[in-house]
Each structure stands twice: as structure tokens, then as C-alpha cells.
Design a protein around this ligand. Structure first.
Ligand code: ADP
Length: 378
């Protein structure tokens, strides 16, 4: 009998599990709001409901052996009742609990002794000015929950802007120091049911307006920095007793210091290169980890690789066939198109990975430039 895996969320991260699921003989059942969501086309069965609809997850759980997540905006309290009744969540809910609120996540990391930017939670009871006096501007304001792709993250130049946003919005906020990083880095790590941990090569990522534009694997960092990042991943996953794949976003400062920006308790955009460039993709790795299989090799099978996101730049129903064809003609390129029926500015519609034979310091900017000039209107 094949393993049946329930996935909460049916976006591109679930869609990209298809090949691995076929290879490993895992049936996928998704819980996702809309029949137009990417993973509906690859799932054996879909339940159309919001990801935080725990009643729908209860139905999902009756159809599968294990429930996992491609989206963490769930109702943890309601899911806990299901876990108590015997539903097997992987990662288990106790591993997700400290991560879902950005303030609580920062506290968890700090208490583990891991390096994070200076931060605090804004309290409505104290004067705003006195709360942030140790930080200095700019500061970074983040909605504590439900932020993604920069939604809910604001770089704030001065006090007037800060108080305007805080007073106009009803969200709970985390405020932290602005880190003048020289590079943004990320790493994908996975932990198995038996506690085995594997780690992918650290990558360099570039965000524009807080949305990832491209990723280069491996990152050009020192061996010491790479070991430090791996140690962070080990400590975190072990402490959480985490099962599955997890993305860790980091800052590298001019002094060579590493600080953690954010933990994503799932597969992550910074690991998409692994589909084409690694022996085991992050999607296969996640399935292996949550289904209790041995983990796969994380090695790159090329010298380096670049992944460029294809972000929407207009409201449209176009399928961009012509641009996709031009992109696919780039040597050693693979285009992954998520099949979304609607394009919107900033929406992730697909990505392209180009494998590079020689060390990527030569020519990678030209490749990124070529891709972006084919994709974005001039
Ligand atoms: P999201 O959860 O929406 O992805 P992040 O917290 O990861 O939001 O922030 C998105 C981007 O904003 C980061 O990749 C980085 O470029 C920038 N950013 C976030 N926090 C800071 C910070 N403390 N200092 C400087 N830049 C930051």
C-alpha cells in the first residue's frame, strides 16, 4: 500500500513535490483554498478549504497517514486537538509552535544562543518612543504573524513613519535593528524521524522590495562561515526535534558576522535550485523526512547554479508562452512554470535554474541580466 501524504497548502511548494512523490510512490492529498491553486493538478485528491480551517484538516487526516505543511499560516490551537486524537503531523506541532510568530521565533533563537538582530515586541501600553530608543533609525517593523514575501515587513526611516504605521494598523508588531548586511544567505536543512540531519550548500539570495529575485548556489563565503551556518542549522533542528525540511534565512555583515533573519518551517524559495542542481531536491528530501525514509544526498552535481524567480509584473491572465520559450533556450536552463491562472505584480509565477560548469563568479551577473531582460518588459 502506498504512503498517503496530506499537505496543508496547495501552492507551488506542494506542486514541486510531484516528481519526488511519483519516484517514492507517495500519494499527495492537498488542502488548499482554490481549485486554481498549482498543486491541485498534481494531487490525487484535493480538499478546498483555507489552510487555517482545522475542520477541513480533520477530513484531510482521514484520507492520509501523515499531514505536512507547505504553508504555516495554520491554526495551531485547533490542530493540537487533532494531534491529541492521534493525527500524525510532520513536522510535529511542538516544532512549529515557537516559529509561527516572528517575535516568539526570535526569542526562541536568542534563548538557544543563536545570533539574531536586536529586537523587541511593541507593546500598546508603553510610549512608542521609549520602547525603540536603543535601536536608532532605520528600524525594521514586522507583523508578528502571516508575513510573507515582504508583506508585513517595513523598513522605517524615521519616528513619524513608524508611529503612523503602528497607529493605522491593528497587527501586533516586532521591531528590530536594520542590519546593513553585505549579503543575504540561506540554507536548507532536513532532519529525519531518526534524528539524522542533512544540509544543502549555503546560497546567496537577493531580495528587491523584500521579494527574492535570485539565488546563487553555492554562496561565496569562507569555510568558517559555512561551518557556522551549518552549526546553526544543527542546533536549531535538534532543539526543535524537527522532522522535515526547513529554510533558514541569514544576514552576513561587513565584519563577517552571521545573523539569522528568519526560519521557514517548510521547503523554501532559496532551495529551488536543488530541483535541477542537486542529487536530491529539497522536495524529495522533505517527502523522505516526513515519510520516515532515509535522507538523500544534498551535493550539487554541477559547479554552481543560479535560480531566478519569474515574478508577475502586471495584472493579467497571460501564460507568457513566448518569454518562457526564450528562457528555455538558454543553455543548461530549466524553466519551472507553476501554472497559476492569474498574474499579479510581485506574484511568483515560476522560476528558472541555470546550471554552470565553471565557478560562477564568471558570468553569473550576465545570466541573471539576460533572464531578467527576457522576462521583464523593457
Ligand atoms: P518575509 O517573512 O515577508 O519574507 P523577512 O523578514 O524575511 O520577510 O524580510 C524580507 C526582506 O526584508 C529580507 O530578505 C531583507 O532583505 C529585508 N529585511 C528583513 N529584516 C531586515 C533587517 N533587520 N535588516 C535589514 N533588512 C531586513
Amino acid at each position: 500500500m502506498s504512503m498517503k501524504l496530506g499537505i496543508i497548502g496547495g501552492g507551488q511548494l506542494a506542486w514541486m513535490m510531484k516528481d519526488a512523490a511519483d519516484k517514492l510512490g507517495v500519494e499527495l492529498i492537498v488542502q488548499t483554498p482554490s481549485p486554481n491553486d498549482p498543486a491541485v493538478s498534481i494531487a490525487q485528491h484535493s480538499i478546498f478549504a483555507a489552510v487555517d480551517d482545522a475542520a477541513a484538516t480533520e477530513i484531510l487526516a482521514t484520507k492520509c497517514n501523515i499531514v505536512t505543511f507547505e504553508n504555516e499560516f495554520v491554526n495551531l490551537a485547533a490542530l493540537s486537538l487533532l494531534e491529541e486524537q492521534g493525527v500524525c503531523f510532520r513536522p510535529q506541532l511542538a516544532a512549529l509552535a515557537p516559529l509561527l510568530d516572528k517575535y516568539e521565533q526570535r526569542c526562541y533563537l536568542r534563548d538557544l544562543g543563536l545570533p539574531v538582530p536586536q529586537f523587541l515586541a511593541l507593546s500598546g501600553e508603553k510610549k512608542l518612543e521609549s520602547q525603540i530608543e536603543n535601536l536608532g533609525f532605520p528600524v525594521v517593523l514586522k507583523a508578528r504573524r502571516h508575513g510573507y514575501d515582504g508583506q508585513g515587513t517595513f523598513i522605517i526611516p524615521d519616528f513619524a513613519t513608524l508611529s503612523k504605521i503602528v497607529n493605522q494598523t491593528h497587527s501586533q508588531f516586532l521591531v528590530e535593528e536594520f542590519v546593513p548586511f553585505t549579503k543575504e544567505l540561506a540554507i536548507i536543512a532536513a532532519r529525519s524521524v531518526n534524528g539524522e540531519i542533512v544540509i544543502y550548500p549555503a546560497v546567496e539570495t537577493l531580495q528587491k522590495e523584500q521579494v527574492c529575485r535570485w539565488v546563487i548556489a553555492p554562496a561565496q563565503i569562507t569555510q568558517e562561515q559555512s561551518l557556522q551556518i551549518e552549526a546553526i542549522a544543527h542546533k536549531l533542528l535538534t532543539s526543535l526535534q524537527y522532522i522535515g525540511v526547513c529554510g533558514i534565512e541569514l544576514f552576513l555583515t561587513a565584519e563577517g558576522k552571521i545573523l539569522i533573519n528568519e526560519i521557514a518551517p517548510r521547503t523554501h524559495n532559496s532551495g529551488h535550485f536543488s530541483l535541477d542542481a542537486c542529487e536530491t531536491s529539497q522536495f524529495e528530501q522533505h517527502l523522505r523526512a516526513v515519510c520516515g525514509l532515509p535522507l538523500g544526498n544534498t551535493r550539487l552535481h554541477c559547479a554552481s547554479a543560479v535560480m531566478v524567480n519569474l515574478l508577475g509584473y502586471e495584472n493579467s491572465h497571460c501564460d507568457y508562452q513566448k518569454q518562457r520559450q526564450q528562457l528555455a533556450n538558454i543553455p543548461q536552463a530549466t524553466v519551472h512554470w507553476y501554472g497559476k491562472t492569474e498574474a499579479r505584480p510581485g506574484r511568483k509565477l515560476g522560476h528558472i535554474t541555470v546550471l554552470l560548469d565553471q565557478d560562477h563568479t564568471n558570468g553569473v551577473e550576465d545570466i541573471i541580466h539576460k533572464i531578467e531582460s527576457i522576462w521583464y518588459p523593457q
